[in-house]
Structure formats: structure tokens, C-alpha cells
Design a protein around this ligand. Structure first.
Ligand code: KIV
Length: 272
């Protein structure tokens, strides 16, 4: 039997389901701007998430709640202009889909039309089922998001691990089944016990992508700025930093400042 990995010129929602079937893990990362998205796409990441974590990472808000639909569309269209291969999924921001299915559909249509992205992601289970169905009926692919759902942080009160008790775990399993049945092409599971995440991934045919959900799922997602070590005050156990850019960038910028002050920059070869 050949173990060769199938090459995908462009990742679609169908490719992701196929990857799960073939046992190929899916890589997903956030990006919010053109320059970073070009690097992420070029590095071969399967899915780029224009996450509402832009609210924290790009705008400096404490939570994801303040970011607006217009701001998400701005970030998403910058990302879409950069990509050749990755599938681009955009978070529907808080307040753009919770009130009723018609509003949810209008918000999803704006994202698709104005940014050129390929799919939307929504946080929640049975409470947003009708909105999810409405968006799917319009032909817009939807990714679910269960477990720790940061848009509900004021309901939870903390960012600790979710679904540790039986009732919440049972509800999460039901919600995952509901998302699959409704027609979602994938589910993000955030910060839940690894054993529960594995059980969910094995119980549905659509890809389950984890963040703080162990390695028994079909793929992983991280926030790009965390992976690169640009953020340094956020240290959850699930985060692996592949670089320490906060320190490297600070050193480079300090060096530039010192050079300017010492008239060491520009030198002869850097002048006209
Ligand atoms: O907004 C985001 O970055 C996310 C990921 C943490 C999954 O939803």
C-alpha cells in the first residue's frame, strides 16, 4: 500500500474530509493580514483561520467581543489576497449571528461577498442550530466551534478547561453530532480533555481540529503570533512556541535605535 501523501493544489472543504478519511492530519493557523498570510500559505498550512482572536492580537482588546463584522471583513480580504492554496475560514464575530438566523445569514453573506473567503466559523451548539442551517442552505460552508468558546467568556467566567464534568461532556458530544448532521464541514474543539476530544473525533465523519484538545483529533490550530513567540504574556499548557520573536524583534529594534542615535545607520553603502 502506498503511503504517499496526496498533493492538493488548493484545499477545499472536501479535501479536509478526504484528509480525515486518509488519516492525514490537518494543519490550521490564524492570520489576519496579507504579509503573514502569504508566509503561512507558502509554508503549506492547509487552513488559514481569520480568527476573531484578531481582537486580542491585532487590536489589543482583552476579549474577542469588541471586534466588528466590518473589521473581520477587512482582515479577511487582506488574507484572501495573499493565498494560493490554503482554505480561508473566517470567524463570525460576536453579535453578528446570535440574535436570529436571518441576521446570521446576512453576516455570513457579507463575509463571503466582501472578503472572498471560503467558509465561516461559528461558536456554539444547539442554541445556534437554526442559524447554522440557514447559512448552510445558502451554500456557505460552516465550521463549528465547541468547548471553550471565547465569545461566551462572561458566561463561563474563566478560560479554564471546559467539559470536565459529565453533563457538559455529554452536551458537547450531542452538539458535535448535531453539527455533523446539519452539514458543517468541520469542528474546532478548544481546551477540553484529550480523551473527550478523541472520542468526539472518532464519532463524526467530519474533521475535528483541536486547540488544547490533545492529539487524538484530526488536526491542530494555533494562533500564529503565539506559535512565533511574538506574544509573551499568554502561556497556556497547550501552546508550543516555535520561535521567540518577541525577544528577537525587541533586540533588532533596539539595535536600529542605537544605530540611528550613533549615526551608524545609514552607512556609505546605504546612501544615494
Ligand atoms: O479566533 C481564533 O483564533 C480561534 C482559534 C483559537 C481556534 O477561534
Amino acid at each position: 500500500m502506498s503511503t504517499a501523501k496526496k498533493e492538493y493544489k488548493r484545499i477545499t472543504t472536501k479535501s479536509l474530509v478526504e484528509m480525515k478519511k486518509n488519516g492525514e492530519k490537518i494543519s490550521m493557523l490564524t492570520a489576519y493580514d496579507y504579509t503573514m498570510a502569504k508566509i503561512v500559505d507558502g509554508a503549506g498550512i492547509d487552513v488559514i483561520l481569520v480568527g476573531d482572536s484578531a481582537s486580542n492580537v491585532m487590536a489589543g482588546h482583552e476579549t474577542t467581543l469588541p471586534i466588528t463584522l466590518d473589521q473581520m471583513i477587512y482582515h479577511a480580504s487582506s488574507v484572501v489576497r495573499a493565498i494560493n492554496r490554503s482554505l480561508v475560514v473566517v470567524d463570525l464575530p460576536f453579535g453578528s449571528y446570535q440574535s436570529d438566523p436571518k441576521e446570521a445569514l446576512r453576516s455570513a453573506i457579507r463575509i463571503m461577498k466582501e472578503s472572498g473567503a471560503h467558509a465561516v466559523k461559528m461558536e456554539g451548539g444547539k442554541e445556534i442550530k437554526e442559524s447554522i442551517k440557514r447559512i448552510l442552505h445558502a451554500g456557505i460552508p460552516v465550521m463549528g466551534h465547541l468547548g471553550l468558546t471565547p465569545q461566551s467568556i462572561y458566561k463561563f467566567g474563566t478560560y479554564t478547561v471546559r467539559a470536565k464534568d459529565k453533563d457538559e461532556a455529554a452536551q458537547l458530544k450531542d452538539d458535535a453530532k448535531m453539527l455533523e448532521k446539519a452539514g458543517c464541514f468541520g469542528i474546532v474543539l478548544e481546551k477540553i480533555p484529550a480523551a473527550l476530544a478523541k472520542e468526539v473525533a472518532e464519532s463524526v465523519s467530519i474533521p475535528v481540529i483541536g486547540i488544547g484538545a490533545g492529539n487524538g483529533v484530526d488536526g491542530q490550530v494555533l494562533v500564529l503570533h503565539d506559535l512565533l513567540g511574538m506574544t509573551h504574556e499568554f502561556n497556556p499548557r497547550f501552546l508550543r512556541r516555535y520561535m521567540n520573536l518577541y525577544e528577537d524583534m525587541t533586540a533588532a529594534i533596539k539595535q536600529y535605535s542605537d544605530d540611528v542615535k550613533a549615526v551608524g545607520f545609514p552607512n556609505e553603502s546605504e546612501m544615494y
